[in-house]
Design a protein around this ligand. Structure first.
Ligand code: ZN
Ligand code: ZN
Ligand code: ZN
Length: 197
């Protein structure tokens, strides 16, 4: 409701505290700033040994076909989804981030080393998680997908690296005025940490 929204705006620590609680972390009512730093540390740094995978998953071993910018059609650009509600499910291609199979146009990674569906991201995921636009990157011959750049924050890549998933972070990133999760995770924490000392 509008009243709740106003209320949470007046209490900037409230949203992050709610997130902390939902993750089962200890919350510190006396110092919300410290609680947030703890949450961030928990999310950013390794929490357990990375999972080993001896055999590559079949869809990862499938060779990757680099589509050239010249081959991207006007129709494909129009079929990029702007919202999750635009999506038509159960046919088409699978997004690496949300793992949903939908007909809308996904990104195409221009790295020769990319594998399978790794480089396919849907419009809402690429915007909300990395602050990038599918139409723009489809026309960029140099664009590399987040996994190829080593910055993928999808739950599968994070778990493989021994980190917990960041799915809950989008509302928190928005709340703190960041457009996407990647910028939120990569913001400069030094000032926050200085304030605590
Ligand atoms: Zn997606
Ligand atoms: Zn890639
Ligand atoms: Zn990933």
């Amino acid at each position: 409701s509008a009243a709740t929204k106003r209320e949470s705006r007046r209490n900037p620590e409230r949203a992050s505290r709610r997130q902390t609680r939902s993750m089962g972390l200890k919350e510190d009512d006396s110092n919300p700033l410290e609680a947030e730093v703890e949450l961030i540390k928990f999310l950013m740094f390794q929490v357990r040994a990375p999972q080993r995978r001896n055999t590559p998953r079949p869809n990862q071993s499938r060779p990757h076909v680099v589509r050239r910018v010249e081959d991207v059609t006007e129709e494909e650009l129009q079929l990029v989804a702007d919202n999750m509600t635009d999506k038509v499910y159960n046919s088409g291609s699978t997004c690496h981030q949300c793992r949903q199979k939908t007909v809308d146009t996904k990104t195409c990674c221009r790295s020769e080393d990319c594998r399978g569906i790794q480089g396919h991201f849907c419009g809402p995921c690429l915007r909300n998680r990395y602050g990038e636009d599918v139409r723009t990157v489809l026309l960029d011959p140099e664009w590399k997908c987040p996994p190829c750049r080593g910055i993928c924050n999808c739950s599968f890549c994070r778990q493989r690296d021994g980190r917990c998933p960041t799915g809950i972070l989008f509302p928190l990133a928005k709340y703190h005025g960041f457009s996407d999760v990647h910028s939120y995770l990569n913001r400069d924490f030094s000032r926050t940490i200085q304030q605590l000392q």
